[in-house]
Design a protein around this ligand. Structure first.
Ligand code: IPE
Ligand code: IPE
Ligand code: MG
Length: 253
């Protein structure tokens, strides 16, 4: 019912998407906010605000079409290199976003979870993230993983350290380590790998995002800047994904 409504509402582009065979997990690198603002003669922070609004829209739509997981890159371990005012503005936007989400996530059936090292954030942000986690545990719906102070290298090193600690305390044995067990030590433990990764903003790189998890992910790059990345653009990405031949090292069927 809901799908039919969206297919109709979203016009032509949805026609290319087979909503019965959607990926379970889509990842998006939210890039291009700064350029979006610059083109309009606005400060970069206005771009981040527009980007946050767009995330709300796209996340809600992903829930509507029944996507199970949406993982977005919102702040990387490298983004601390930016001017302090910009970092502060991004973190303040996040704070506002979480506060609002705490009021709406139950009603909207969007679960907000966080990946990355939160220990560096101030107490308020850490508490808000913990409260979002708590609410997410008791509701069902699309799981939105927001990657904050996230970097794949740091994630993999942390996983190796935690595995080593478990070896030392005797809860696991070195010879028991498999690829699957290693995954349990990543922030993404228990979450299937994304089938599709979308990067708006024109760059064609991962920028330290989900290096382990994207081993067999399909990549979709577009020049459209994140605040302009519409439902129509999402349809294009999903349709492109559905045209791919995923062989996983085997041969074409
Ligand atoms: C992505 O947009 C948001 C973050 C990295 C926090 P950018 O701020 O990188 O935008 P551009 O790439 O400069 O346009
Ligand atoms: C990647 O975008 C990180 C996020 C979107 C959070 P960047 O704008 O930081 O990446 P680079 O610097 O172009 O690689
Ligand atoms: Mg960028």
């Amino acid at each position: 019912m809901k799908l039919a409504f969206w297919k109709k509402k979203s016009g032509g582009s949805a026609g290319q998407v087979d909503f019965d065979h959607l990926p379970r997990h889509v990842a998006i690198i939210l890039d291009g906010n700064g350029r979006w603002a610059k083109r309009r003669g606005l400060p970069r922070t206005a771009g981040h605000r527009a980007g946050a609004e767009n995330f709300r829209k796209i996340a809600t739509y992903c829930r509507d079409i029944g996507l199970e997981y949406l993982t977005v890159y919102a702040f990387s371990t490298e983004n601390w290199k930016r001017p302090e005012e910009e970092v502060d503005a991004i973190l303040d936007l996040l704070r506002r976003y979480m506060l609002e989400a705490l009021d709406t996530m139950e009603r909207d059936r969007v679960r907000l979870c966080f990946m990355g090292d939160r220990s560096v954030f101030n107490q308020e942000l850490r508490e808000l993230a913990a409260r979002c986690d708590e609410v997410s545990q008791r509701i069902e719906g699309c799981q939105c993983n927001i990657c904050l102070n996230y970097g794949s290298h740091a994630e993999i090193v942390r996983a190796a350290q935690n595995f080593a600690k478990d070896c030392i305390n005797g809860s696991v044995k070195l010879e028991d380590l498999t690829e699957e067990r290693f995954e349990d030590y990543l922030y993404s433990a228990g979450i299937p790998s994304p089938e599709l990764l979308i990067r708006p903003g024109g760059e064609q790189r991962l920028s330290n995002f989900l290096l382990w998890q994207c081993a067999y992910t399909e990549f979709y790059f577009t020049d459209v800047l994140w605040p302009d990345f519409s439902i129509e653009e999402l349809h294009k990405a999903l349709a492109a994904y559905q045209r791919r031949d995923r062989r996983f090292g085997g041969v074409k069927k």
